[in-house]
Write a protein that binds this ligand. Structure first.
Ligand SMILES: NC(=O)c1ccc[n+]([C@@H]2O[C@H](COP(=O)([O-])OP(=O)(O)OC[C@H]3O[C@@H](n4cnc5c(N)ncnc54)[C@H](OP(=O)(O)O)[C@@H]3O)[C@@H](O)[C@H]2O)c1
Length: 291
């Protein structure tokens, strides 16, 4: 694969202590990037940071402990980031979760939606000036092929009735795609052509995903099919890494990638009214001004 020089490039990765995020962080560290890890748990974060430093021989690996379920934690992180760095080159919105029962965050929002969508929405918008300063820069958000095929609405996001962990997850993963398409349009309409935004389905990958948010039977099912159907971490992280380092994707924005290729996401994701509606809802729920 052709690679851009990543020496000294500042790459921020959420959920960098496990699975696809950790593998991606390690590979970017090996290429000489200055990696900024966001993890929610101190012990797991420090352990992963040490391993990445040892295995990559790259000391420039910073760690921030941020629970993406908390808007105040994200806002505090953005302030801390701005004090330390002048710019950002690569933002990988990778962290993801699934929540067994309907749970409200401290901000009163359904937890899966808050972590999987509002977290990336907030971080991206709060650091947009820094991505602009680092341009050409890239925003990469990890979705899933399990994204919902229905339109999104404030009711579908917050409904406690008939809550299903898988449905909430698929709605949050739809939000990742609608967000990316709307963001890329807004960047282009603002004349910002050098900050690109793309979204990735990594494929069914052997990770810790679902350890806390699946029922006993769902976990059992996952454990049984993992050896036959799930791909390796290396394969799962291949497309996020490709989007971060390949010169071939320079200037490409607003696309859905699977296996390093542009594919079509579900038809509902191309509904511009729905993209815009989600953006407006997200602005309201996070109380920030955006582009
Ligand atoms: N594995 C698959 O088959 C698959 C398929 C499609 C899409 N994906 C997507 O791929 C992404 C990475 O998942 P993975 O498979 O690598 O699973 P993973 O090993 O469980 O990694 C998920 C990461 O997100 C972090 N995270 C979860 N909740 C968080 C929060 N509130 N604040 C901050 N960080 C949080 C986790 O931290 P902890 O370790 O502390 O929990 C972990 O570092 C997710 O967005 C997932 O939806 C995965």
């Amino acid at each position: 694969m052709k690679k851009l020089s990543m020496n000294g490039k500042i790459c921020l990765i959420t959920g960098a202590n496990s699975g696809i995020g950790k593998f991606t962080a390690l590979e970017l560290a090996k290429l000489g990037s200055h990696v900024v890890m966001i993890c929610r748990n101190y012990e797991r974060g420090v352990k992963a940071q040490k391993e990445i430093i040892e295995q990559s021989k790259n000391p420039d690996i910073d760690l921030y402990i941020v629970d993406l379920a908390s808007q105040s934690a994200i806002k505090n992180f953005a302030e801390d980031f701005k004090k330390k760095y002048d710019m950002l080159h690569i933002l990988i919105n990778n962290a993801g979760t699934i929540t067994k029962t309907w749970t409200a965050t401290e901000d009163g929002i359904e937890r899966t939606f808050a972590v999987n969508h509002l977290g990336p929405f907030l971080i991206t918008n709060l650091l947009l000036d820094f991505l602009n300063a680092g341009a050409p820069s890239r925003i990469i958000t990890i979705t899933s092929g399990m994204h919902s095929k229905d339109p999104i609405s404030i009711d579908s996001i917050q409904s406690q009735e008939n809550y299903s962990n898988l449905k909430a997850y698929s709605i949050s993963k739809l939000a990742n795609i609608l967000f990316t398409y709307e963001l890329s349009n807004r960047l282009l309409n603002s004349g910002i052509k050098t900050v690109t935004a793309n979204v990735v389905h990594p494929g069914f990958t052997r990770t810790n995903f679902g350890k806390e948010g699946l029922s006993f039977l769902q976990k059992l099912g996952l454990t049984l099919i993992h050896p036959f159907m799930a791909v390796s971490l290396q394969k799962g992280a291949e497309t996020p890494i490709f989007l971060a380092i390949s010169p071939d994707v320079e200037g490409i924005t607003g696309k859905y990638y699977v296996n390093k290729k542009i594919e079509q996401s579900a038809p509902n994701t191309y509904d511009q009214e729905n993209q815009n509606l989600l953006w407006k809802i997200s602005e309201k729920l996070t109380a920030i001004k955006t582009i």
